[in-house]
Design a protein around this ligand. Structure first.
Ligand SMILES: [Zn+2]
Length: 268
């Protein structure tokens, strides 16, 4: 086979994987939303379904790698492709795996966040009557939270207790994905900073600082969103942020550029 023919077959294979993956994700989005409705808003069966879907997606990701090393690389070598050309063809596999990984995360977060919103809507319907001020009967906005909360009446300033009820409490499993959803742009930036660090030769303090800042940004966005959903976690924000960054700083204590720069932590 000529190099052109091998390239064509390889591109065709990658396009097929991309198409198949897209199909699985579309089915997942529709299927999970439907399943939640069918099971009277029990998130457990939906969770099982998603686990199975995620496994299929991961198998596709491994198939890219397996196909490359078992067939494609040799085919390029036999066709007489020069090493830089083979290296370039390999980057196509990495790019697709990367795109699939990001999209799989995005869909997981969306499915669970949509479930959280559905449970919230269901809980409001379950209240049966509008949430109103017990003193002046002014209608109050139902807070998007999964915990009991005090809501101040905008008209008479009376403090009303809000009890989220069974459905809303069941939605607490969605707090994590909803927080991830709010922090999504920061997650992408954090991922990019980590990849830049892994690809860097040599690693400098600038790569490490960029990665540190991106992680702090991410956890700030995540924990802020979580504090809105679970107001009782707000007081622990700083401690939680330090906790999430601990592993990173431990790792940095073994990185030479970090040590030589005097361990310049942004977070005390
Ligand atoms: Zn009132």
């Amino acid at each position: 086979m000529s190099v052109a023919a091998v390239t064509q077959r390889w591109d065709g294979f990658l396009a097929q994987v991309r198409e198949r993956f897209g199909q699985i994700m579309r089915e997942a989005e529709e299927g999970c939303a439907a399943l939640l409705q069918q099971t009277s808003f029990d998130p457990q069966p939906m969770g099982n379904a998603w686990t199975a879907i995620e496994l299929r997606a991961k198998q596709l990701e491994s198939k890219i790698e397996d196909t490359w090393s078992a067939q494609v690389e040799q085919a390029f070598e036999r066709a007489g492709a020069p090493p830089p050309a083979i290296a370039y063809e390999r980057t196509k596999a990495d790019a697709l795996r990367d795109a699939i990984e990001v999209e799989r995360e995005r869909v997981r977060i969306k499915i669970w966040s949509d479930a959280g919103r559905a449970l919230h809507a269901r809980a409001i319907a379950e209240l049966g009557r509008p949430f109103a001020c017990v003193r002046c009967t002014a209608p109050l906005e139902v807070p998007f939270t999964y915990r009991a909360l005090n809501v101040t009446c905008p008209r008479c300033r009376n403090v009303n207790g809000f009890e989220p009820g069974t459905f809303m409490r069941a939605g607490e499993v969605c707090v994590h994905p909803l927080s991830e959803e709010a922090a999504w742009p920061a997650w992408l930036a954090m991922r990019q900073a980590e990849r830049a660090w892994r690809a860097a030769r040599p690693v400098t303090i600038h790569h490490l600082k960029a990665w540190e800042r991106a992680q702090i940004e991410y956890w700030r966005a995540y924990l802020s969103a979580r504090a809105r959903l679970l107001p009782d976690t707000a007081h622990a924000f700083d401690a939680d942020l330090r906790g999430r960054m601990r592993a990173f700083y431990e790792q940095m204590d073994r990185e030479r550029p970090w040590i030589e720069a005097g361990r310049p932590r942004d977070l005390a």
